[in-house]
Design a protein around this ligand. Structure first.
Ligand code: GUN
Length: 291
């Protein structure tokens, strides 16, 4: 079977253009969209992700203010910074890059961010609104997957979507999006995870298989139903042939010829996630305008 590549980079470029148009319009009305990004410590992967957000902001005209904090900052100090950003009307979005050091309670930090500025969509208020099917700030990676699906014209109504991975960042919100009574949703969703027994019994039933388990090349050819659509959310750095390379949670070489469509890594979900972040900042900035 010929496998079609879903070009996340091209779709993300299109979305970035749309966002730039919205930013230009806001700026002409005196609103300057601004995102505050907090980076704690020196994790190279987190630093690289924040760098990609800076670059995306530069492309669309969103101002990004980066707060680089030392690894040993205390939880109250971090919450104090978040409170000042919550109170600053010039800051539209606040993002704390995860993971945080062990001595800081991730849930406390997320809860300290104003739900109206929570462009990551991680605050319990926004998670609850998503679950209830209300308009909200949706987390960026699930939104990226949803946009890749809709903009590629993939039908989801009545389809069996199997998500492999149950994280708060991807698996759970994606499940909540895809079961909603909505266009490009209305799916039957199964969530599998690292403790699922005989996982291939589930993945083999997927019309749309979404891999978000954080394990390099976890999904092999014999776990994919022939003709299924495969979305790979994983970004894993591995050493191979003496080089560091990025691979997804799907064994891409094996999936080619089995799947009908697939997202590559890199160039699939990754660029879309950053574009969704920019979209969320514009959403908050637009809502901040006086009526
Ligand atoms: N770390 C990995 N993914 C994300 C994300 O989407 N948002 C934040 N804040 N941190 C992350």
């Amino acid at each position: 079977m010929a496998t079609v590549l879903i070009d996340g980079k091209a779709i993300a470029t299109q979305i970035q253009l749309e966002v730039k148009g919205q930013v230009d319009k806001l700026q002409s009305q005196g609103v300057h969209p601004c995102l505050a990004v907090i980076l704690v410590g020196n994790d190279p992967a987190s630093r690289a992700y924040v760098g990609a957000k800076q670059e995306a902001g530069r492309q669309v005209g969103i101002r990004l203010i980066q707060h680089d904090l030392l690894e040993d900052i205390s939880e109250p100090e971090l919450i104090w910074l978040i409170t000042t950003l919550n109170d600053n009307p010039e800051v539209h979005g606040i993002l704390v890059q995860l993971p945080l050091p062990d001595h800081i309670g991730e849930h406390n930090i997320i809860a300290a961010i104003s739900p109206q500025k929570d462009v990551d969509g991680f605050h319990p208020c926004n998670v609850g609104r998503l679950t209830a099917g209300l308009d909200t700030l949706v987390s960026c990676t699930p939104n990226a997957v949803s946009q890749l699906i809709s903009r590629s014209g993939i039908e989801t109504v009545g389809k069996h979507v199997v998500i492999v991975g149950r994280s708060n960042i991807v698996g759970k919100p994606l499940m909540n999006m895809l079961v909603q009574k909505a266009r490009y949703a209305n799916s039957t969703v199964t969530v599998c995870h690292s403790r699922t027994e005989n996982i291939e019994n589930f993945t083999l039933q997927a019309d749309i298989l979404i891999a978000a388990i954080g394990q390099a090349r976890f999904i092999k050819a014999d776990m994919i139903k022939p003709g299924a659509i495969v979305i790979d959310v994983g970004i894993n750095r591995i050493e191979e042939d003496g080089k560091t390379c990025l691979v997804g949670d799907v064994d891409f070489a094996q999936a080619i010829g089995v799947a009908s469509m697939i997202t590559p890594v890199p160039g699939g979900v990754g660029p879309m996630t950053v574009a969704m972040l920019m979209k969320n900042v514009v959403k908050v900035a637009t809502l901040s305008m006086p009526c």
